[in-house]
Design a protein around this ligand. Structure first.
Ligand code: ZN
Length: 76
């Protein structure tokens, strides 16, 4: 498994093989409040979300020059 952090309805901020790695990656772009990350099923528009993704999709994300495009990926 891997993890991605995104703002629901907006953009992906980071990803990594572990939660820590994803949080560190996302922290380069915005302030991440670790204790306030929602899971996908409980997220509302605008919430910061941490979601489990497959390793395959992680590779997919890493290959994107513009990660905001990653929402359009269907490899999962
Ligand atoms: Zn993918």
């Amino acid at each position: 498994m891997a993890y991605v952090i995104y703002q629901e309805g907006y953009v992906i901020y980071g990803y990594g093989q572990t939660k820590e790695e994803a949080i560190n990656d996302a922290s380069e772009w915005t302030d991440i409040d670790k204790d306030n990350l929602k899971e996908t099923h409980e997220a509302n528009h605008g919430d910061m979300v941490i979601e489990k993704i497959t390793k395959k999709h992680l590779i997919c994300l890493e290959a994107q020059s513009d990660v905001s495009e990653a929402f359009h990926c269907f490899c999962n």
